[in-house]
Design a protein around this ligand. Sequence first.
Ligand code: CIR
Length: 253
Amino acid sequence: MFTKAIVRKPCRAMVDGLTSADLGVPDYQKALIQHADYIDALEQCGLKVTALPPDERFPDSTFVEDVALMTPRCAVITRPGAPTRAQETRLILDSIRQNYAAVEMIQAPGTLEAGDVMMVGDHYYIGLSERTNQAGATQLTTILEKHGFSASVVKLDKVLHLKTGLGYLENNKLLACGEFLDNPHFNQYEILEVDADEAFAANSVWINGTVLTPAGFPRTAELIRSAGYEVRPVDVSEFQKLDGGLSCLSLRF
Ligand code: CIR
């Protein structure tokens, strides 16, 4: 069960955020409304939400998931591979320290963004991507093992982050899309296959029995519902324009 979440409100500079999507420029006012609804959804799942203030220096800083990994026994401050995001870790440090006695750090030359890390109980999958390198993955593995967890490393081909194409829904059920559908790392799970034209919805998030899914992906919502979960759609269209999904917008712990 999760009890808390940390989010950061989007800043006006989000219109300059990193993106590979061809979906246009985010509408800031709409993003604020969507972000408020996202916070509502987290609260409806029973989480106490800390909303950090916007920071105009960092266009992508609303995607807090990438800068820290929260585990039940320690937090890890990452070292983002995107140069414009590298300093975001400094912004989050205080709020992490307020919640964790054990705070570990990824060090140079390692890079790691926690969108590349998926927790399955005591095991963590770490994606090797353009943002997370082998040194970062090796450091994280050492940290996790020190705290009694295990880890395995998965090479990504196309997606930005590991959780761009995967969402673990507990109970051995794994939402998966594209390159992950026949990846042997995941063949022990019951795969819930997300259609290619709803790929964005693979980044859905299990929180205390409810699954938050991006609004506008009805087949995936139905797939999750028929697997036995309550579904709470959240419209994150303005964040999708920046390659950001539901998981990216919060740290849950
Ligand atoms: C970026 O490219 O870093 C942001 N525009 C989106 C980050 C999305 N984060 C995530 O998938 N965990």
